[in-house]
Design a protein around this ligand. Structure first.
Ligand SMILES: O=C(O)CCC(=O)C(=O)O
Ligand SMILES: [Fe+2]
Length: 286
C-alpha cells in the first residue's frame, strides 16, 4: 500500500493510536493539515491504516523489525472504575505491556468458577507448531477446562467486566480457559501468540486472527511457588486470589512481542487455579 508507506513511522503510530482511542477522523485530518499534510493525502492514510487495523494486516513493517509499542488498552490511573467493580492497579510495565490488577474478581466468584470447573478437568494441551493439532506434553503438566463464551451467568458477567477493562469487544475473545496445577505442575515458558512462521499456526490464525493479549485471573492464593514468570524481563507475579495479570503482545501491524515469553512456575505447596482469557484481533467463533 504505497500511500501508507509514504507516512513517517511517527505519524503512522500517531494515526494508529488516535484511531484506537476512537478519535474523530475529521479532526485527525485537521491536525495533519496543520502539520503541512495535504488533506486528501491525510484522509487516504487514515482510511488505509484503519482498514489495515480492521484486517489485522501489516502495510509497512517487515517481521524482522523491532516490535513497535502502541497505546495500551487499559485505562490510565491507579484505580479503574468499571460498571460493577473497582479495580486497583498494582503495577504497570510499558515494555512489554504488562499490568497487574488487584480485586478484579470477588472471592465468591473465584470459588464459583473453581467449583464449576473441578468436575470437568482434563490434561492440558498445547498447539503442535507443525500440525496445529493439540497435544499433551510434559512442559505443560496442568489440567484444565473451558467455558464457551456466554455459557452461564457468571461467565457472562466476567466477560462483560473483562471487555470493559481491556476495551475490547466480548466477540473478539476466546472462551475462558481454566487451569489447575497440583504440586509440581508447571507450564514452561511459551508465547501465547501463534508464531506466523509455524505451519501449525495457520488454522488458528484463520479463526479470529492473531491473539493480541492475555488476562490471567488468579482464583486462589498459592501456598508456595506457581508464580507467572517472564524470563526475558526477570518478572515473577505471585498468584493472589482475585488479582488479574494483563499482558499484550500483538500490535495493529500484526507484529508480536517476544518480550512476553512467560510460564507458570512449578507449584511448590498447595494448588493453583487460574482462569485465562485470550483476546483475538477479529471476531472469534459464534
Ligand atoms: O500458569 C500461569 O501462571 C500462566 C498460564 C499461561 O501462561 C497460559 O494459560 O497461557
Ligand atoms: Fe501463556
Amino acid at each position: 500500500m504505497t500511500t501508507v508507506d509514504g507516512v513517517q513511522p511517527a505519524w503512522h503510530d500517531w494515526i494508529v493510536t488516535n484511531l484506537r482511542r476512537g478519535c474523530n477522523r475529521q479532526s485527525m485530518i485537521e491536525s495533519m493539515v496543520q502539520a503541512q499534510f495535504d488533506a486528501a493525502f491525510a484522509s487516504t492514510c487514515i482510511e488505509c491504516i484503519a482498514k489495515d487495523m480492521k484486517n489485522g494486516a501489516s502495510s509497512r513493517l517487515s517481521p524482522s523489525e523491532p516490535y513497535r509499542y502502541e497505546a495500551g488498552r487499559i485505562a490510565s490511573g491507579n484505580i479503574i472504575a468499571l460498571s460493577d467493580f473497582t479495580v486497583k492497579v498494582a503495577f504497570r510495565l510499558n515494555r512489554p505491556d504488562v499490568v497487574l490488577l488487584e480485586g478484579f474478581m470477588s472471592n465468591a466468584e473465584c470459588d464459583e468458577l473453581v467449583a464449576l470447573s473441578r468436575q470437568k478437568l482434563l490434561p492440558s494441551t498445547i498447539v503442535d507448531p507443525q500440525s496445529g493439532d493439540t497435544k499433551i506434553i510434559a512442559a505443560r503438566s496442568s489440567e484444565g477446562t473451558y467455558f464457551q463464551r456466554g455459557e452461564n451467568e457468571l461467565v457472562r458477567r466476567l466477560e462483560r467486566r473483562m471487555s470493559e477493562l481491556m476495551n475490547w469487544p466480548v466477540e473478539r475473545g476466546e472462551g475462558i480457559q481454566i487451569l489447575y496445577y497440583r504440586v509440581g505442575a508447571e507450564y514452561r515458558p511459551h508465547f501465547d501468540y501463534f508464531p506466523v512462521q509455524d505451519p501449525g499456526s495457520a488454522p488458528h490464525l484463520a479463526k479470529g486472527g492473531q491473539r493480541v493479549a492475555t488476562l490471567v485471573m488468579y482464583l486462589n492464593d498459592v501456598a508456595d511457588g506457581g508464580g507467572t514468570f517472564f524470563p526475558n524481563i526477570g518478572l515473577n507475579v505471585t498468584p493472589l486470589c482475585g488479582s488479574a495479570l494483563y499482558f499484550a503482545y500483538a500490535n495493529s501491524m500484526s507484529q508480536v512481542d517476544p518480550a512476553t515469553l512467560h510460564g507458570g512456575s512449578p507449584v511448590l505447596a498447595g494448588e493453583k487455579w487460574i482462569a485465562t482469557k485470550w483476546l483475538r484481533q477479529n471476531q472469534y467463533g459464534g
